[in-house]
Ligand binder design. Structure first.
Ligand code: PHE
Length: 474
């Protein structure tokens, strides 16, 4: 039986449903695409260890703070913050970070869907290739047999040069996201997560085992876990902090929104721990899945954003059963992406239901179409609008195309700002008794949580924000 919440009349049917949905929200392109890309570019070990520190000391306390706000507020992010502020007898102006979060989520889902569209395209290419392998009676051959590395690399540049194809993929992905969100919390989001997340884990583990057999897992593990501290430059620390926020879906009110659908009496501390653990484990396993394959065929781990779209396909060509595994890999990424994009679209949708009294269908449709249109601008930035620099007057974004501008503006400014305000609000302003009774933490854990939120989080997040805005100072 779903538990009714104040405004939506809908909710998770169990604690495990919430955990699965929240893990689905957290695990996404951030884990499978951005984390390996950053780890590869930043020299591996030192970045990875610093990243884990960020998750434990900053991510986990913030995650619990957002779950708390949602649980205590029982409605959309803005309404939930308003309620916690009222019960704590502080200014309702704190709702500002709910607004920032809802706007950030809306903007992120627009370009997230474009990138997920590339994944969809590759899933299609590899599925077609696998069908070809089957038809040829050789199901265990490598992928894209006979293509040169140049031809494989050109697939990505050709895709970017084709607005129609990008648009079709983006439309399909956003359509799927919209469909699930429109069906509601227990009937759409929860159903999707409880079906897709187990499938995700089976695929993840299978491909990792495959990589360990055919690839060089020893070299990959050494690369990921042997720290070379000289690689830990300020910009690397900065991107590790930012990545921890992004990967745990913090600062965009997504976890507040999901938290509002939780039943009374759920233990919030262990729930937050489970989500942070799973998200970090998936990022590390993604590294242990991707790098053995990359190293086995002598490719460069520091390829950057094209690691997954160009480097890995080369590797799949050279590997036994690469056609099959390549197809499964892109399906895996697609599954992770859709359970995240639904959580992003849910934030503005819940906001309009709670604050404006819209129906779920109307809200999902308006924000889904709005984000779709912004995404169209992002994808045109790869071809017909390649010269457009939306914030070109600002030195930070002077040479940044449309998609990277939306990504950079949300990731470098809105997310840290949302996280900063959340930590100050919960660390300093929220009513202590409300915090204690809602979270049910033991005394020492509660004290540690409050301390981290009051001191370490604001400080560290302020540093990300300032150095992100003024890179010249580091
Ligand atoms: N955490 C998601 C990922 O790693 C992205 C995301 C950010 C989803 C913010 C929801 C909210 O891909």
């Amino acid at each position: 039986m779903a538990i009714a919440t104040a405004t939506t009349g809908d909710g998770w049917s169990s604690r495990s449903a919430f955990i699965l949905a929240a893990i689905g929200a957290a695990v996404g392109l951030g884990n499978l695409w951005r984390f390996p890309t950053l780890a590869g570019e930043s020299g591996g070990g030192a970045f990875v260890i610093f990243y884990i520190g960020c998750v434990v000391l900053l991510g986990l306390p913030l995650l619990l703070a957002e779950i708390f706000i949602g649980r205590a507020g029982q409605t959309d992010a803005v309404g939930s913050i308003r309620r916690v502020a009222r019960e704590s007898r502080v200014s309702p102006a704190w709702t500002i970070f709910g607004w920032i979060g809802a706007l950030a989520a809306f903007l992120i889902v627009s370009f997230y869907s474009v990138v997920a569209g590339w994944v969809l395209y590759y899933a299609g290419v590899f599925a077609g290739d696998f069908v070809g392998a089957l038809a040829a009676g050789d199901p265990f051959r490598g992928a894209l047999a006979g293509e040169s590395q140049e031809q494989i690399a050109t697939r990505l540049t050709d895709l970017f040069a084709s607005p129609g194809l990008l648009l079709a993929m983006h439309a399909a992905f956003m359509g799927g996201t919209l469909y699930i969100v429109a069906r509601g919390v227990s009937g759409g989001i929860e159903k999707a997560a409880t079906f897709l997340m187990p499938a995700f884990f089976v695929l993840l583990i299978s491909i990792t085992i495959y990589g360990a057999f055919v690839g060089d897992i020893g070299e990959a593990a050494a690369f990921l876990f042997t720290p070379d501290w000289s690689a830990l430059k300020p910009e690397v620390m900065n991107s590790a902090l930012g990545q921890a926020l992004f990967s745990l879906s913090l600062g965009v009110a997504g976890i507040i929104t999901y938290g509002s659908y939780i039943r009374q009496g759920t233990r919030l501390g262990s729930t937050a721990l489970a989500i942070a653990f799973a998200d970090t484990a998936v990022a590390l396993i993604a590294g242990l899945m991707i790098f053995p394959i990359v190293f086995a065929v002598g490719l460069d781990p520091a390829a950057g954003p094209t690691l997954v779209f160009q480097t890995l396909p080369f590797a799949f060509e050279a590997m036994p059963a690469g056609a099959l595994v390549g197809m499964l890999f892109f399906i895996l990424v697609l599954v992770a992406a859709i359970t995240s994009s639904i959580s992003l679209l849910e934030v503005p949708t819940a906001w309009a239901i709670g604050e404006l009294g819209w129906t779920r269908h109307k809200a999902a449709l308006v924000f889904g179409i709005g984000a779709f249109l912004i995404g169209v601008a992002c994808l045109l930035g790869y071809n017909v609008w390649a010269d457009v620099r939306p914030l070109g007057w600002w030195s930070l974004f002077a040479d940044t195309d449309i998609l990277d501008t939306v990504d950079g503006f949300t990731g470098k400014i809105m997310l840290p700002l949302g996280a900063l305000l959340t930590s100050i609000f919960i660390g300093w302003r929220a009513d202590r008794r409300l915090l204690e009774t809602t979270t049910g933490l033991s005394r020492p854990v509660f004290a540690l949580w409050r301390f981290l939120l009051a001191w370490l989080c604001p400080l560290a997040v302020a540093i990300i924000l300032v150095t992100g805005l003024f890179p010249a100072i580091i």
